[in-house]
Design a protein around this ligand. Structure first.
Ligand code: ZN
Length: 261
């Protein structure tokens, strides 16, 4: 029996409760539709969490037992508590995978992980998007042909103000002419990060079979091998150096004192 990948699908669940168009497309909330897509192959144990849960559903215990955190946010990025964001970052550095969807390019955890403005250009015209596979051998592109299309989307265009990705898996072309790096990977600490563009709340994008396949591929790719890198900033005393050294000073730290962070 293989071990299940423990996934937490986080959604802010604001538009679904406040906008009738979105509520009709996602009556159970986008987070549940995303969770169902990820569960489809039976190799993931998926729980959901939303902004409205205590601690946004991301307690230390939940994060400790999450291999991959999938994040969808748009209207309420600023309402996510900084304390929870710090907790998410610490887990990514340890090795938890993080998948940021669509408008989550402006979510607090993604922006902190990138360290840049993460801005884009955009247009809401219900136009067609063609997502080209630029790296057919990448595990996230498995099962996708040369490209796939989504009939009605909100356009995101370059420049996408993120650090140069480690890998670009998809590039989108839009009916209006713009292009965008739609599927990008980075590593921060021990954690793998994937940004995936599709997912505007006013269109039924998380029911698209290719989008759902990419979500499953991405979760498998982002899961850690179980190794946790705990960044504890250890102090190594002179006598514990691997080679013999003599103290030449000066030293402002007293012996036995914890490291200054
Ligand atoms: Zn959108």
């Amino acid at each position: 029996m293989t071990t299940q990948i423990r996934v937490t699908a986080w959604g802010e669940n604001v538009h679904e409760r406040e906008n009738p168009i979105v509520a009709e497309i996602y009556p159970d909330g986008m987070h549940n539709t995303i969770a169902h897509a990820i569960s489809e192959d039976g190799d993931c144990e998926v729980r959901t969490a939303t902004l409205h849960d205590p601690e946004h559903g991301l307690t230390g215990d939940v994060l400790e037992n999450t291999d991959v955190l999938v994040w969808w946010g748009h209207a309420a990025h600023g309402k996510v508590a900084d304390e929870v964001v710090e907790r998410v970052l610490a887990r990514v550095w340890q090795g938890m995978g993080f998948i940021a969807l669509h408008s989550s390019h402006y979510s607090k955890p993604f922006m902190r992980l990138m360290g840049t403005s993460c801005s884009i250009s955009w247009r809401e015209a219900g136009e067609k998007e063609r997502l080209w596979v630029c790296n057919p051998a990448h595990p996230i592109a498995r099962g996708i042909d040369r490209y796939f299309e989504i009939e009605n989307v909100e356009m995101y265009g370059e420049p996408f103000a993120v650090p140069t990705p480690d890998e670009i898996v998809f590039i989108s072309w839009f009916e209006g002419g713009e292009v965008f790096r739609s599927g990008c990977t980075w590593k921060r600490g021990n954690g793998k990060i994937f940004y995936f563009r599709p997912g505007h709340e006013a269109y039924p994008i998380y029911y698209n079979k290719d989008v759902r396949r990419v979500l499953r591929n991405a979760v498998r790719w982002a899961t850690s091998d179980g190794v946790k890198w705990i960044d504890s900033c250890p102090r190594i005393d002179v006598e514990d150096a691997p080679e013999e050294i003599t103290m030449k000073g000066p030293s402002i730290h007293k012996k036995g004192e914890a490291g200054l962070r």
